[in-house]
Design a protein around this ligand. Structure first.
Ligand code: PBG
Length: 334
């Protein structure tokens, strides 16, 4: 491409030529509005009981269930890639009606936090606060007569968050979508000596088909029914603003929109309206679709990965929880 083409079309003489800053990579880089960095990412980890376990999740190529020793190794890699943090999900050895291992100080996540903070102290350890991985029925809270009981579930979530804090977690992230959980967690943390521990709330979390592969990874598929009685209807965006407003009022330090790609409009509206630190979760289904299409040779995986992550940041996300974190960081660190 030359910059010295002669205009042979007189009626284009005065036209604004927006292509001028697109002609070379150097020029493009000067006007680029959105730059990704490894510090934009949080890497999700699935921790399982045992030693030396590294089991690939069949629906999420490149994602593994890891025993604590392996999770620690993974955290060293994540840290060396300049990714600031991980979010932990636990798969307990024992599930019951009340999800007791979720708030057991010797639970899988609590032990993982201790091990990771010991070996990689400067890596931010965020925890997902929910009961669905720990209950025998796979629902996010306590069930009575087939219905989720809000307030009793919230009590257990606050207990869970506190045990994460006591084990050394740097951030807790409630993902349940029950009413009042942020206030309950804030109150519990404050009254137990953790007034400076931040809460990242999954504030606008939709009842989404895009969580399918995650439920394989976390072994948290509900045994019956679905999560529509507490997660949001994909048709609603004004309601997302009310959810976010409520969580901020209850004490959330950062708010999250989840999933990311079908909800870029929600990310944008949340960021514009509240100006809060805003996270987006690039969820399992969004990851697996790209992996599957790339495996079939239908798309260029790296290119699509970067385009997707850029779009989430461009929409307004300050932080992206993504299974692509390591791959994207490797590219960006080059
Ligand atoms: C709940 C939780 C879920 C995800 C994150 N936290 C699953 C759900 O709500 O069913 C999904 C993340 C993903 O799909 O990558 N503990």
């Amino acid at each position: 491409m030359t910059t010295r083409d002669i205009s042979t079309t007189p009626h284009l003489a005065g036209i604004r030529r927006l292509r001028r800053f697109r002609l070379t990579e150097q020029l493009r880089s000067m006007v680029r509005e959105t730059e990704l960095s490894p510090s934009d990412f949080i890497y999700p980890l699935f921790v399982v009981p045992g030693r030396n376990v590294r089991k690939e999740v069949s629906s999420m190529p490149g994602v593994f269930q890891l025993s604590i020793d392996q999770a620690v190794r993974e955290c060293l890699t994540v840290f060396s890639l300049h990714i600031p943090g991980v979010i932990l999900f636990g798969i307990p050895s024992h599930k019951d009606e009340r999800g007791s291992e979720a708030y057991d100080e010797a639970g899988i996540v609590q032990m993982a936090i201790r091990a990771i903070k010991k070996e990689v102290p400067d890596l931010v350890v965020m925890t997902d606060v929910c009961l669905c991985e720990y209950t025998s029925h796979g629902h996010c809270g306590i069930l009575r007569d087939g219905r989720l009981v809000n307030d009793e579930s919230v009590e257990l979530l606050a207990k869970e968050a506190l045990t994460h804090a006591q084990a050394g977690a740097d951030i807790v992230a409630p993902s349940d979508m029950f009413d009042g959980r942020v206030a309950a967690i804030r109150e519990t943390l404050d009254s137990h000596g953790f007034p400076y521990l931040p809460i990242v709330s999954y504030a606008a979390k939709y009842a989404s088909g895009f969580y399918g592969p995650f439920r394989d990874a976390a072994e948290s598929t509900p045994q019956f029914g679905d999560r529509r009685s507490h997660q949001m209807d994909p048709a609603n965006a004004d309601e997302a603003l009310r959810e976010v407003e409520q969580d901020i009022a209850e004490g959330a330090d950062m708010v999250m929109v989840k999933p990311a790609l079908s909800y870029l409009d929600v990310i944008k509206r949340v960021k514009d309206r509240f100006g809060m630190p805003t996270a987006a979760y690039n969820v399992s289904g969004e990851y697996s679709m790209i992996k599957a299409a790339a495996r079939s040779g239908w798309i260029d995986e790296q290119r699509i990965m970067m385009e997707v992550l850029t779009s989430i940041k461009r929409a307004g996300a300050d932080l992206i929880l993504t299974y692509f974190a390591k791959d994207a960081a490797k590219l960006l660190n080059r």
